[in-house]
Write a protein that binds this ligand. Structure first.
Ligand code: ARG
Length: 588
């Protein structure tokens, strides 16, 4: 369905043409003086030079042609040449009626759907998920949902860190504790047990212990490096242990991501890219992209036009080991071969930006991806504590994701039972839903690239620009609809009519922006734009609600029209939070 701004823009364009000016001056925007008008057009000012005429004269010419009153209740030329517009109630109501019957509530799906891979999550196997991984999961998940919502084919890949030193550390530590395990017998050629010799809680203790030892003891670290190397060379017993570590960790990761309403289509990782490394290196060297530098293999990626230093991309260390960049390049080889995406989008901490600049340049330059494959990077800022430093636990340690979630849920639970009488089991479930909204909205409502302060009190508040406030608004709408139905009303039978007052019209105007907000949020990879939209929409609804006695209205047609409007508001809000990755309860 055509966006409201475009629809009005068409009218203006015709009027400009009729008055003898170019159509391109007819662009309409939302008013930046909502106290004066709803929409504005600044084309007369832009055209003044070309037509050597005072802008106000052009504006007057145009305005004179739009006075029939069908679309504009008021349209006027204002000095020095603005065109200010206010819509008729009829025109706006008609737009919303059309929106309500549209299968996507006015949002147009992509005319040419693309295949987009999103690389997000990025958990490291056997290391606990910490709050640093939280942002990637939350932002990536919403971008995946937004892409699908706009009609694209989106594949989410968790891209696990599953091939690094942490694996060698665990194997080494396990070898010290249980040297008798068959996995350590080099001459063993039987079948390895199917049951892992450890649980997730064991792993959670083993990894930090091993990591600590390796920092204090150089020979221990040497052993762990050797174990990593042996694993990567395919030593059978280590490979079998690796399989166990993977299985136990991934089961646990799935549970944790599940609690965040985050799920991946692909559970691939760095290890999956390893088979593509030899051909990658061969291509880079034989085609002359990589050269040797002090025993290492590097690709120069700097360009004339660079304003800052872009160091060469190292693809192989002097000892033959591959690096983070090697794996990411090999993963692009794999992705092209297996999925052939039109676009790959990476969502990581912005401190990894240089790495991706290098990787993207090598990939484009050497034709690892097709010329028209879009490689994008969304780097996010740090989640800080109230002290402005990266978020930590009370005693200064790294906060584990599950602890953060349970802290929020506890706080939400307390608030919900304080608020009113409610069955404790229901309160628990509700607290989880509202808690998730608090975390996700708290994160997504900030522009991704910026750092933000994680403020438990603010995020869990039912007032202000928060997830709980948005849910509270949706629940309020649902409750009115339920009451209407319980009293014998049939919500589907009403028809959205003309706004009866200013706050109703303001609500209607907010609703009409839905399609352009979603389109824009997708184009700009900016979920925070959806958040600010639903905040405005929720405010507009609440203002209307406080000024209007909906259920006691005696004019049944008017009441039914309001109910219909509420249904549209509910559907728009629910769609938006669905894209952001959380849901609303029935009551709270
Ligand atoms: N595992 C990495 C980390 O914890 C993130 C991986 C991001 N994705 C990628 N393709 N490099 O920092």
């Amino acid at each position: 369905m055509q966006k409201l701004l475009d629809r009005i823009g068409k009218e203006l364009e015709s009027a400009f043409v009729e008055a003898g000016y170019d159509a391109s001056y007819g662009k309409v925007t939302l008013s930046n003086r909502p106290d004066l008008c709803e929409f504005q057009c600044n084309g007369a000012m832009a055209g003044a030079k070309a037509y050597k005429k005072a802008p106000i004269m052009i504006a007057n010419d145009v305005v004179a042609r739009l006075q029939d009153g069908s679309i504009f209740e008021e349209i006027s030329a204002v000095n020095p040449g603005f065109i200010n517009m206010t819509l008729t109630k009829e025109f706006l109501a008609e737009y919303l009626r059309e929106m309500q019957t549209d299968e996507n509530l006015s949002v147009e799906k992509a005319a040419q759907p693309k295949k987009i891979m999103i690389d997000y999550g990025g958990a490291n196997v056997a290391k606990p998920l910490h709050v640093g991984h939280l942002r990637s999961a939350i932002i990536g998940e919403s971008l995946k949902r937004l892409g699908r919502f706009m009609g694209h084919e989106v594949i989410g890949d968790v891209h696990l860190g599953d091939w690094g030193l942490q694996m060698g550390l665990i194997i080494t530590e396990l070898g010290k504790r249980q040297p008798e395990l068959v996995y350590f017998q080099e001459d063993f050629d039987g079948e390895y047990p199917t049951e892992a010799p450890f649980t997730i809680s064991d792993l959670e203790e083993i990894y930090p212990a091993a990591s600590k030892k390796s920092k204090e003891d150089a020979s221990y670290k040497e052993e762990a490096l050797q174990a990593t190397f042996d694993l990567q060379q395919g030593r059978r017993g280590y490979r079998a242990l690796w399989d166990h570590i993977m299985k136990v960790s991934v089961t646990d990761l799935k549970k944790n991501y599940g609690r965040l309403n985050v799920d991946f289509d692909l559970w691939k990782g760095e290890s999956d890219a390893q088979p593509y490394i030899p051909e990658l290196l061969k291509k880079l060297t034989s085609e002359g992209y990589a050269h040797e530098d002090q025993g290492a293999l590097v690709v120069d990626v700097k360009l004339e036009s660079d304003t800052k230093e872009i160091p060469p991309c190292i693809v192989q260390k002097s000892d033959g080991a591959s690096l983070y960049a090697t794996t990411d390049l090999a993963t692009l080889v794999e992705r092209r071969r297996l999925y052939d995406p039109d676009e790959v989008l990476y969502v990581t901490d912005k401190r990894q930006e240089m790495h991706f600049v290098q990787v993207f340049r090598v990939a484009k330059m050497a034709g690892i991806v097709k010329e028209d494959t879009k490689l994008s990077f969304l780097g996010f800022g740090t989640m800080n504590g109230k002290d402005g430093k990266p978020f930590k636990t009370r005693d200064g340690g790294v906060m584990r994701l599950e602890h953060l979630i349970s802290d929020i849920n506890e706080e939400m639970y307390r608030k919900i039972v304080d608020n009113h009488e409610i069955d404790p089991d229901e309160a628990r479930v509700t607290a989880q839903m509202v808690g998730l909204a608090a975390i996700k909205y708290g994160d997504l409502s900030n522009q991704a690239t910026k750092d933000y302060v994680f403020d438990l009190d603010r995020f869990t508040s039912f007032e202000g620009n928060t997830g709980p406030y948005i849910l509270y608004t949706i629940v309020r709408i649902k409750s009115i609809l339920n009451k209407y139905q319980a009293a014998g009303g049939r919500p589907e039978e009403g028809v959205i009519g003309n706004a009866a007052n200013g706050s109703e019209k303001a609500l209607m105007l907010e609703l009409s922006k839905y399609n352009s907000v979603m389109e824009n949020a997708f184009e700009e990879i900016a979920p925070h734009k959806i958040c600010s939209y639903i905040y405005d929409l929720a405010n507009a609804f609440n203002k209307f609600y406080h000024e209007t006695k909906i259920l006691v209205e005696e004019n049944e047609t008017r009441k039914a029209s309001w109910i219909r409007l509420l249904m549209l508001a509910r559907d728009v809000l629910e769609n938006c939070i669905g894209v952001l990755g959380f849901e609303s309860p029935e009551r709270m």
